[in-house]
Design a protein around this ligand. Structure first.
Ligand SMILES: [Zn+2]
Length: 280
């Protein structure tokens, strides 16, 4: 096993206990020096769950919580679930005959359940956002309402919110929506981010060029693969060993401070987790 002598956190990865590599992917991460994972539930449809009421999300969340327990068993550190509702669900619901308001209500109710898993259970944070593709105005508005609801819940239960959104580098307005609802911008994470980001904290896709930008910028950031654990799309995303490999690459270039930023300090600020104390 590679020991990088530091906690190594992948801030956003999926595990699929039904069809994916699941714990085997975690072993690959650990073998390369990875120690901590934030495991995002796959979209409900990705797990074959058709949602029609809030309780239907429990099946999705429980599968993810189970995968996290198995992951923790093979890590020197540990894994935590990040649970929520994928923003693209709105399009699936519209296709199934929902109107935007009905879809919004169901998605917000799903987030209520996710917040319950944070308040009483195993989850660390909530995931929300808005479509990364063009949608009609009514759908955009409903999606923003869903995201604002996630901020409200984050403020209430005191947890971070990870966002899946369109691309871009300026999400100041979104960070302000969060702050208006009691959630500091330091606890809003833009998943699948480039190295530059205004507003939320960037969770930078582990691409060398983008990481160099983030390192140079020297602001709080984290690293992720967005590994989707989908056997039908093996090359579609970065593999589970990518974050540990990039950590090694940055350490070899002398960027110890940036590694401490991304794997110890920023996770502590954003999520309140201690990646050093939770390391065996
Ligand atoms: Zn993802």
């Amino acid at each position: 096993m590679d020991d990088l002598d530091t906690p190594v956190l992948d801030d956003h990865l999926h595990l699929d206990p039904v069809n994916g590599r699941n714990t085997e992917a975690v072993e690959e991460f650990a073998d390369h020096g990875g120690t901590h994972l934030l495991v995002l539930n796959k979209p409900s449809w990705g797990l074959g769950v058709e949602v029609d009421d809030a309780d239907d999300f429990r099946e999705v969340f429980d599968l993810t919580a189970e995968a996290v327990e198995d992951a923790t068993a093979v890590l020197d550190g540990r894994a935590w679930p990040v649970l929520g509702v994928h923003p693209a669900l709105i399009s699936q619901l519209l296709d199934r005959g929902y109107d935007p308001e009905e879809a919004r209500d169901l998605m917000q109710a799903g987030l209520d359940v996710a917040a319950e898993y944070v308040a009483d259970g195993p989850a660390l944070a909530i995931k929300s956002g808005r479509p990364h593709y063009d949608v009609e105005d009514a759908v955009w508005e409903a999606s923003n309402d869903v995201m604002k609801h996630a901020f409200e819940l984050g403020g209430e239960v005191g947890c971070a919110v990870q966002l899946h959104t369109e691309g871009g580098e300026d999400f100041t307005e979104v960070a302000e929506w969060a702050e208006d609802r009691g959630l500091p911008r330091e606890r809003v994470v833009k998943h699948y981010s480039g190295g530059r980001m205004e507003g939320p904290v960037p969770s930078v896709l582990a691409d060398k060029d983008e990481l160099e930008v983030a390192v140079e910028r020297a602001e709080p950031f984290m690293m992720e693969t967005d590994f989707i654990d989908d056997p039908d799309r093996p090359g579609a995303v970065l593999g589970p060993k990518t974050v540990p490999r990039r950590v090694r690459w940055l350490l070899e270039a002398g960027h110890d401070e940036a590694i401490r930023n991304a794997h110890v300090e920023t996770p502590a600020r954003v999520y309140g987790i201690d990646t050093e104390a939770t390391l065996e």
